[in-house]
Design a protein around this ligand. Structure first.
Ligand code: FEO
Length: 390
């Protein structure tokens, strides 16, 4: 298959529909694509590779596109193995290929492949002529690993952006943004951002500040569609998400062993609706994977967490969620807390400690309900719903 991004730049992507979990943790109900790109000029260059074994025909595809020519350069924008997985195979097939990266790239490259020869180390802003195409290397550390950089084609204004501007979801025939239904990808794009890149939002902001000097006609990420019709659409989304700008609405996430907290969650949601909040989402933490919980927390400005007491602590899955939120360092949320207990409590007590640690604004006192959530006891939640709506 020949899929041209421009006359001399080819998409060389692979769709992974077999893997259940990205990084062996994040669900992939719609799969994921690993994109790489081949530039065929006076010199030839491959920009990143794909996950090892994702496509047994990958090397043959390169050979077909090169039509007997050698591969001169392999540009490694990102060393995570969903993109660096075929480097060993490339070097075996093209032993004279020069690998382009930075000092951090090469440290990891040696760690995984033992490769120390034919390396061309570039500094931030360095340029390389391929013939018609002139490339510039832009360091964007921690988007998503410390070695990550982007490659900008000064000639045709193509930005090879590594993980940035990527998404979960395979490319099912449609490769370019003008061929896809964006709404199919919107939720998965935010889930990818919040799960994979979100922890490094401050570094995303630094990268965006660097990139705003570049005119981008073609935005080529390592996952998901290529943006040639409206690259600014996905750039603006990344800008919003990395500033923790959320939409009006509330996500309620609760743990409930015997249904009491589930009833409280429904009660609060009803009150929120009565106060005019249109966007309300409730999740049972025992059913919904943490990947989707994090994504919805990124999506909505309001977050209400509820936990029963469990061995004097929070319910384990709520505890796991709060630990991950602290680790990611999500910011700018309005928080409400509720829970239930039978003996000494522990759910709300530990949720309150989480609230202090993460620094979100708790909108009202927590409601900790003893035993059955009767209508009288549930009134303790009214202030949370009211404050969320104000
Ligand atoms: Fe798609 Fe950080 O790898």
């Amino acid at each position: 298959m020949k899929i041209n991004v421009t006359e001399k730049i080819y998409w060389m992507g692979v769709n992974d529909r077999r893997k259940h979990l990205f990084e062996n943790i994040w669900p992939l109900p719609n799969g994921v694509s690993y994109n790489s790109y081949l530039i065929k000029d006076e010199k030839t260059a491959l920009v990143d590779t794909v996950e090892m074994g994702a496509d047994s025909g990958y090397i043959g595809w390169i050979e077909m596109l090169l039509e007997g020519r050698e591969l001169d350069y392999l540009i490694v924008n990102h060393m995570e193995l969903d993109h660096a997985g075929e480097i060993g195979a490339i070097v075996r097939r093209y032993p004279n290929v020069q690998i382009i990266g930075n000092s951090k790239t090469f440290k990891i490259l040696e760690g995984y492949y033992g490769i120390t020869d034919n390396l061309l180390e570039v500094c931030d802003g360095a340029e390389l002529e391929l013939g018609h195409h002139k490339l510039k290397f832009v360091f964007t550390p921690w988007v998503h690993w410390p070695e990550t950089m982007m490659t900008y084609d000064l000639t045709e204004k193509v930005l090879f952006s590594a993980d940035a501007f990527g998404t979960f979801g395979t490319l099912d025939g449609a490769i370019f943004d003008d061929e896809i239904d964006f709404e199919v990808y919107r939720e998965e794009m935010r889930r990818y951002y919040s799960n994979i890149v979100g922890k490094f939002s401050n570094m995303v902001q630094k990268a965006l500040a660097k990139l705003c000097e570049l005119e981008v006609k073609y935005l080529c990420p390592l996952h998901g569609p290529i943006w040639r019709n409206n690259p600014s659409r996905v750039i603006e989304l990344y800008d919003r998400w990395s500033r923790y700008q959320a939409r009006d609405g509330v996500v309620i996430i609760y743990a409930s062993m015997y249904g009491n907290n589930a009833r409280t969650a429904d009660y609060i949601a009803r009150k929120l609706a009565q106060h005019g909040i249109k966007q309300i989402k409730i999740h049972d933490v025992s059913k919904t994977h943490i990947s989707y919980l994090i994504s919805d927390i990124w999506k909505y400005r309001g977050v209400i967490l509820g936990s029963c007491a469990y061995n004097t602590n929070m319910f384990p899955l709520i505890e796991s969620l709060t630990r991950e939120l602290e680790h990611i360092g999500v910011k700018n949320k309005y928080l409400g807390l509720f829970g239930s207990y039978s003996w000494n409590g522990g759910g709300v007590r530990n949720l309150t400690a989480f609230a202090e640690a993460i620094g979100w604004e708790q909108v009202a006192p927590a409601a900790d309900i003893f035993g059955t959530p009767t209508p009288e006891k549930l009134e303790a939640c009214d202030a949370i719903a009211l404050a969320m709506a104000e």
